[in-house]
Design a binder for this molecule. Structure first.
Ligand code: HEC
Ligand code: HEC
Length: 338
C-alpha cells in the first residue's frame, strides 16, 4: 500500500505541477492520472480475487472456523497467520508448521519486506531470512504463475489490515532437505504468461495449478503423491471431530464423469449464500475451502470443469465420510478464535 500511495502521490504532484504551468494540457494529464489510478485499482482487484478465491492464500494464512461448513476464514484474521499444520497431516511433515502472518504489520508480518523478497518467498520458497519454506506452501505451483498475477497478489497483500500476531516458529525434526525432495523450480518467473482465456482447457489448467487442487485430490502413498492417480482422491483428513476423504475428480464414472457443468458449478456457487455454510454440519464437513472458492467467477469454474474433462480417468471409489479416524492425513487442530 505504501508503494501504491507513494506512486499515487507522485502522480498527483506531477499532475498539480503540470496543471499550474500549463492549463491547456490539464485534461490530457488528468486522463493519464485516472488511467494510472485505474490500472492500480485493477491490479489490486485481480490480486484480491486470486488470493481469496483461487490461490486461497488467505484461507491458509488466516484462522478458519470449522464450526461452520468448509471452515471459512474468521473475519478480522485475514492474512494474520497461525493456521497449524502439524506433523501428522502427512507422513512427510516431520514437525509442526504454522502459516506465517502475511499482513503489512512491520514487526510480525511482512510489512518490511520488499516486493522482490515477497516474490522470492512465493515463487522460490525462500523467505526473507533465507530459510527454505516447507512445500505445504505451494510455491512450486506459484513458480508457474504469470508474473503479472504474482505482482497483483503482492499489491493486494499490501492493502490488508496490518495484524499484530506473532506466529510460533516451525519445528522440524530433521532438516527440510532430508524431509522432502526439492521441487523443480524455474529460476525466474519473468517469462511466465497467462494463457488465453478463450482456450477454456488451457485457462482451466492454469487456474487448477494456481489453486493447487492436486495436492488434496491426489492420493499420498508412503508420504509422496502418487501421480499415476492424479486427481483420483482418497486422502483422508482428520479435522477436530470430522473425517473426510478427498473426492475422485477425474472424468471416470467413479469420479465426476457423470457430472454436467451445472452440477459442477453448483458444488461451488451454493456457498455464495451465507445461510448455506453458516451452520455446524457436524461429521459431514469438508476441508475443501468452498466458501473461498465460491467467489470464483462462473467463467473460471467452467474452465476448471473443461480442464478436468481432459485428465486421465482414474477408477477409484472414495468413501467421503469414513466416519472413523483414518491416519493417512491429519489436519492440525484448527484453533477457532472466540
Ligand atoms: C496450503 C496452505 C497455504 C497456501 C494456499 C498458501 N500458503 Fe503461504 N505459507 C503456508 C505455510 C504453512 C507457510 C510456512 C512454511 C514454513 O514455515 O516452512 C507459508 C509461507 C508463506 C510466506 C513466507 C512468510 C514468512 O514469514 O516466512 C509467504 C510470503 C506466503 N506464504 C505467502 C503466500 C501467498 C501470497 C499465497 C497465495 C499466492 C500463499 N502463501 C498460499 C501455507 C500456505
Ligand atoms: C484442502 C483440500 C482440498 C482442496 C485444496 C480442494 N479440494 Fe476438492 N475436495 C476435498 C474434499 C475433502 C472433498 C470431499 C468432501 C466434499 O465434497 O467437499 C472434495 C470434493 C470435491 C468435489 C466434489 C466431488 C464429489 O464427488 O462429490 C469436487 C468437484 C472438487 N472437490 C473439486 C476441487 C477443485 C476443482 C479444487 C481446486 C479449485 C479443489 N477441489 C480443491 C478437498 C480439497
Amino acid at each position: 500500500m505504501k508503494k501504491l500511495i507513494a506512486f499515487a502521490t507522485v502522480c498527483s504532484c506531477v499532475f498539480a505541477a503540470v496543471y499550474i504551468t500549463s492549463c491547456n494540457n490539464s485534461t490530457d494529464t488528468s486522463k493519464e492520472t485516472d488511467k494510472v489510478k485505474d490500472s492500480l485499482a485493477k491490479a489490486v482487484e485481480n490480486g484480491q480475487y486470486l488470493a481469496n478465491h483461487v490461490a486461497a492464500c488467505i484461507h491458509c494464512h488466516s484462522k478458519r472456523d470449522f464450526n461452520k461448513f468448509s471452515g471459512p476464514v474468521v473475519p478480522g484474521t485475514e492474512g494474520g497467520g497461525g493456521g497449524l499444520f502439524d506433523h501428522t497431516i502427512l507422513d512427510a511433515i516431520p514437525g509442526t508448521i504454522y502459516s506465517p502472518n502475511i499482513t503489512p504489520d512491520t514487526e510480525t508480518g511482512i510489512g518490511s519486506w520488499t516486493d522482490e523478497e515477497i516474490l522470492r518467498a512465493i515463487t522460490q520458497g525462500i523467505n526473507k531470512k533465507g530459510d527454505t519454506l516447507f512445500p505445504i506452501m505451494p510455491y512450486a505451483n506459484y513458480n508457474r504463475m504469470a508474473k503479472e498475477d504474482l505482482l497483483n497478489i503482492i499489491a493486494y497483500l499490501r492493502t490488508l489490515k496490518p495484524i499484530k500476531n506473532t506466529v510460533p516458529a516451525r519445528q522440524l525434526m530433521i532438516p527440510i532437505s532430508m524431509a522432502y525432495p526439492a521441487p523443480a523450480l524455474q529460476a525466474s518467473v519473468d517469462n511466465n504468461k497467462r494463457p488465453e482465456r478463450s482456450d477454456a482447457v488451457k485457462w482451466g489448467e492454469y487456474l487448477i495449478t494456481i489453486a493447487d487442487c492436486a495436492t488434496c485430490h491426489t492420493p499420498f502413498v508412503k508420504g509422496q503423491p502418487d501421480f499415476a492417480q492424479l486427481y483420483g482422491g482418497g486422502n483422508v483428513f482428520n479435522v477436530a471431530n470430522f473425517h473426510v476423504g478427498s473426492a475422485n475428480i477425474t472424468p471416470d464414472s467413479s469420479g465426476i464423469g457423470n457430472w454436467d457443468e451445472d452440477q459442477f458449478l453448483n458444488k461451488f456457487t451454493l456457498y455464495r449464500e451465507e445461510k448455506n455454510y453458516n451452520h455446524n454440519p457436524g461429521l459431514k464437513n469438508t476441508t475443501m475451502p468452498l466458501v473461498d472458492y465460491s467467489g470464483m467467477k462462473d467463467s473460471d469454474l467452467k474452465a476448471l470443469y473443461a480442464y478436468l474433462r481432459t485428465v486421465k480417468p482414474v477408477t477409484k471409489y472414495v468413501v467421503k465420510y469414513p466416519g472413523i479416524k483414518v491416519n493417512t492425513v491429519k489436519m492440525g487442530e484448527i484453533k477457532v478464535s472466540k
